[in-house]
Design a protein around this ligand. Sequence first.
Ligand code: F6P
Length: 474
Amino acid sequence: MASQVLVAANRGPLSYVLAADGGLSARRGGGGLVSGLSAALAQQPEALWICAALSEADREAVRRGVAEPGVRMLDIDPTVYDDAYNGIANSVLWFAHHHLYDSPRTPVFDAEFRRQWASYVAYNRAFAQALAEEAADGACVLVQDYHLALVPGQLRELRPDLRIGHFTHTPWASPDFLRMLPDDVRRELVGGMLGADRLGFHTREWASGFISGAAMDDATGVAEPQQHGVFHTGYGERRFTEVTPYPLGVDADELRALAHRPEVDDKLAGLRAEVAGRKTIVRVDRTELSKNILRGLLAYRELLTVHPEWRGRVVHLASAYPSRQDLAVYRAYTESVAELAAEINAEFGTADWQPVLVSVQDDFARSLAAYRLADVALVNPVRDGMNLVAKEIPVVSEAGCALVLSTGAGAYAELREDALTVNPYDVTDTAEALHAALSMPEAERAERTKRLAAAATALPPAQWFTAQLADLRG
Ligand code: F6P
């Protein structure tokens, strides 16, 4: 039966595991996008989620015709998938949107890049075709993220009757970074996005960045950039693509319930024993270049150097769980994080005090326990679409936490008033903010946390999704 509401995302709500006896079992999919969308779609039982098969077990499930209701997995050729996901989405688009290029060396757009770009186009086309097959007349389609930037345009060519939305979970590259892309690729990228009726971003800044980037290039067909979108002449007619911020927030009730399960209580007891009554600075991230974990550790080292009164009185709990380990640059970053943490422990540690406790397990229960224990939350990305950790910690922390927040996080737009805000490149500024956060009087901390939690829960996932759907239906 054709669907009225469809979602397309690289990751799906579940992934499969292949047992030694050949049996397949389904597990919940990973990542922030998946948790947000899963919560939102729980209220849209008729919706269809189209995703890629990410592993051999997923591909086997597709081949065997194993199907969960509301999910269609696409078995994309593994080489095409690897080029599209690792080669283009995570090594080119991710780097451009997060300003991660190290310009003396990267990017390099050569013949290999062209081959990978062709795969990215094909991977997007597989999604566009599946959506075209599955969508009912006039259905609403919500495409997710930079992996699928070309889908809106490809789908519009196939099914002009559909209402097409696209949401970007990352920032949008500033004009200087967008201009690094080869001209034809940049136009294809922006033109693909403009196939949508509506484009969503986490903040006004990223939305405006898209509008100005699209307008700087005549060949994208953008005739009139407006504050809330662009008129353009792509797809054979003059059309308006609306560009709107939908700042994703957290669901307070759900998060607090998750944070008070017995499993989390056990982890909390373990952490309390390790911390032994000291103050805590908590961070939780994927080991991701944009999260700025190294400068966070350097700031902690500077704190212990410049404010020696904190030695022995604070513990930095850093969860940095592995991510994108297929990419050499991520593996090297992960090693650097471990090395720097070890250096700090060697420099300042004593027989009964380990200054940094790094956890590399993707252990959500332990992360929630750390949230509950947090005196200070450190969220210092160089650039980040939103950063839900900045929103989750104030909701869950027990005694109230002081939030040290980078100006580069999307969450800065909503949380800046009650956070201690820092330039993510300025290690000294960050060290001083950590000192101020640790020194903040309890009453002030509690008041700020209350306001941070209110701002963080303003647009929980289900409302975030239904707001987009309502706007798309227009
Ligand atoms: O922040 C953008 C994003 O795509 C999220 O939506 C997602 O949770 C995260 O990056 C993880 O990326 P990956 O799917 O590559 O692990």
